[in-house]
Design a binder for this molecule. Structure first.
Ligand SMILES: CC(C)(COP(=O)(O)OP(=O)(O)OC[C@H]1O[C@@H](n2cnc3c(N)ncnc32)[C@H](O)[C@@H]1OP(=O)(O)O)[C@@H](O)C(=O)NCCC(=O)NCCS
Length: 196
């Protein structure tokens, strides 16, 4: 089963920056699990994936109440415009530091109506700042291929790939953001393969 990849230009078709006054970031709530899951699915579908692809990824895009409570939600004029979910890495770390030093941006989704408005950048920067504040040294991102340029633009570095858990044989770009250096050197340089 494969996903159909579509023209990236769809993501940048809209260029209407949000004004700061419209935007508030807040903690997610357990009772928002269904709403956040639906947003994640709408957002993923923005890339034009097939129905069978969307069915395959639905379980991993379905948030539990705990995940919803751990999410950071962006409210735009009172409605949920997107969210991120940050946590300790779920994959094996190739670095020398303990896994507790490595964060993972598990989810970053912008509702299609707000894609291209700068909201993704706001959510990404918030996740990055939280990872720094929580003492992580690196942040990993298993990216949808369509979002690769977005993350590169925001300073992440491609360090390898991971196999998708939902789609057999599909490999996904793995990106890394260095949050703190250790001993004066940069952490986690180089390309490697990571597996769940
Ligand atoms: C990826 C995603 C979060 C980006 O959010 P966004 O609000 O559209 O991004 P922004 O408007 O903040 O864009 C920030 C920068 O990245 C660039 N960018 C964003 N998406 C891009 C894309 N698909 N391809 C190339 N560049 C992109 C923008 O041009 C902008 O650059 P600039 O400030 O230098 O002009 C959003 O498209 C999304 O939710 N997509 C569907 C779900 C998904 O793939 N999520 C990621 C899962 S890993």
């Amino acid at each position: 089963m494969t996903g159909s990849l579509t023209d990236h230009s769809a993501a940048t078709a809209r260029h209407t920056p949000l004004t700061v006054a419209e935007l508030a970031l807040r903690a997610g709530r357990p009772e928002e699990a269904a709403a956040l899951s639906a947003l994640a699915l709408r957002s993923k579908a923005f890339w034009g994936y097939s129905a069978s692809f969307m069915a395959a990824v639905t379980p991993e895009l379905t948030l539990t109440e705990d995940q919803a409570a751990g999410a950071v939600v962006a409210q735009v004029d009172g409605e949920i415009g997107g969210f991120h979910l940050l946590g300790p890495t779920r994959g094996r770390s190739a670095g020398t530091e303990p896994e507790s030093a490595v964060a993972e941006l598990d989810m970053l989704f912008v509702d299609p109506q707000f894609i291209g408005t700068g909201l993704g950048r706001v959510l990404y920067e918030d996740a990055r700042a939280r990872a720094v504040a929580q003492g992580y040294r690196r942040m990993l991102i298993e990216a949808d291929p369509h979002s690769l340029t977005f993350y590169l633009r925001l300073g992440a570095v491609e360090v390898g790939e991971r196999l998708s858990r939902a789609i057999p044989g599909r490999s996904l770009p793995l990106l890394e953001v260095t949050l703190r250096t250790s001993g004066g050197g940069s952490v986690g340089a180089g390309r490697a393969s990571y597996w769940r």
